[in-house]
Design a binder for this molecule. Structure first.
Ligand code: FAD
Length: 346
């Protein structure tokens, strides 16, 4: 298809994004395109470059706050495809197109008897966005199984394969987050196992599974347990629009933690490579925010890390609330909270 035909067929103008982000905030994209192949992606990028428009890759919109109009081209990643490679008696490699739904892919892998990503069930969004913040839950992170990422490198304009070690993974962080816009992920490869021990150490999971936790469970049973626990604890964005955890758990020195413990004996923290990871939810709760709400936005009444768009709130409303929370936590505990989702526009 020529660039002109492609433009006519695919490019849309002034597209409302409220249905394309889980916070359901209203925002518009000056230009918008659905990307279903590498060719689409290259055409979209060429058009944006020619017309000097900035670009944004959008997956499921579950880790983004739209603070206003996006002046430029939004490329919604919808490259599909799932296949198995290197299947042997120990495991198999699952290849996912970047537009595949992450949760469906977890159920697909666990249903086929493969272990490794079952604890990441019910995390919204696409497979292509999963490496961006190295998604994690219930003691498992994507980097534990990720073999490689296929991406378009916008510096060299080439399709590259980045191995796990190249991705610079850390807690809710990666090369892709540190270098926004450089790599557009088109596929990911995960090495899954038939025998790997299941990760059932998290208290909530242990409690839910009870005696069953001691048995050799199917990966799908664990995925279902994770889903049940998450349903109990986390608001469904289809009912209470949110982007999951709004803040990262802050990492502090052991000395800082001891100082906090002296003043607040029940402060919650976990050892983290020579430092201590504090529970941001505890800090926010103790600062009096849990269950807070104003006319439009608020803090979830069971999970203080989750900010909710109750009624036609804007991205700015949510960011103002986040800023107030950060200030009060800083004032009370001397701890800086870092916002987890990306902020666009405004
Ligand atoms: C209810 C709820 C629960 C959640 N629970 C968790 C959790 O337990 N653990 C966790 O880690 N996260 C969690 N999240 C956050 C979120 O689901 C993940 O970060 C998810 O990976 C985001 O995927 P997405 O497709 O929606 O990405 P988007 O929100 O669309 O995009 C996120 C970022 O990734 C970039 N991006 C998207 N696709 C690509 C691509 N193909 N190539 C390059 N860059 C890309 C975007 O430009 C943006 O910067 C939760 C969110 C919600 C709403």
């Amino acid at each position: 298809m020529s660039q002109k035909d492609w433009l006519q067929a695919k490019l849309k103008e002034n597209v409302e994004l409220s249905r394309l982000n889980t916070l359901r905030v209203s925002a518009s994209a000056q230009f918008y395109v659905d990307v279903t192949s590498l060719d689409d992606l290259c055409d979209a990028l060429a058009w944006a470059q020619l017309n000097e428009h900035s670009t944004l890759v959008l997956g499921g919109g579950s880790n983004l706050v739209f603070a206003g109009k996006f002046s430029g081209l939004v490329m919604r990643m919808q490259i599909a495809g799932r296949c198995w490679e290197q299947v042997d008696e120990t495991g198999a490699t699952l290849v996912l197109g970047a537009g595949e739904n992450w949760h469906d892919s977890v159920l697909y892998a666990a249903g086929a008897g493969y272990r490794g990503i079952e604890n990441l069930a019910l995390i919204p969004g696409t497979a292509g966005a999963a490496p961006v913040q190295n998604i994690g839950a219930y003691g498992v992170e994507l980097c534990d199984t990720l073999v490689s990422v296929t991406a378009l490198d916008r510096e060299s304009n080439e399709v590259v394969c980045l191995e796990n070690a190249d991705c610079d993974f850390a807690y809710r962080n990666s090369l892709f987050k540190r270098w926004p816009g450089r790599y557009i992920i088109t596929a990911i490869r995960l090495r899954l196992s038939r025998q790997k021990p299941l990760q059932l150490g998290y208290q909530d999971l242990k409690e839910y599974l009870g005696d069953a936790a001691a048995r050799d469970l199917a990966a799908l049973t664990v995925a279902e347990a994770v889903m049940a626990v998450r349903h109990r604890k986390l608001p469904d964005p289809a009912i209470l629009p949110n982007v999951g955890s709004f803040f990262k758990n802050p990492v502090v020195t052991r000395e800082k933690f001891q100082g906090l413990q002296a003043e607040y004996p029940d402060v919650v923290g976990y050892p983290h490579s020579g430092t201590v990871k504090l529970a941001a939810a505890w800090l926010i709760d103790q600062s009096g925010w849990k269950g807070y709400r104003n006319a439009r936005v608020g803090v979830h009444n069971r999970q203080a890390l989750v900010l909710i768009n109750h009624s036609c709130g804007t991205g700015q409303d949510v960011l103002e609330l986040a800023s107030d929370i950060r200030q009060s936590v800083q004032k009370r505990f001397g701890v800086e909270l870092e916002v987890e989702p990306g902020i666009v526009g405004g």
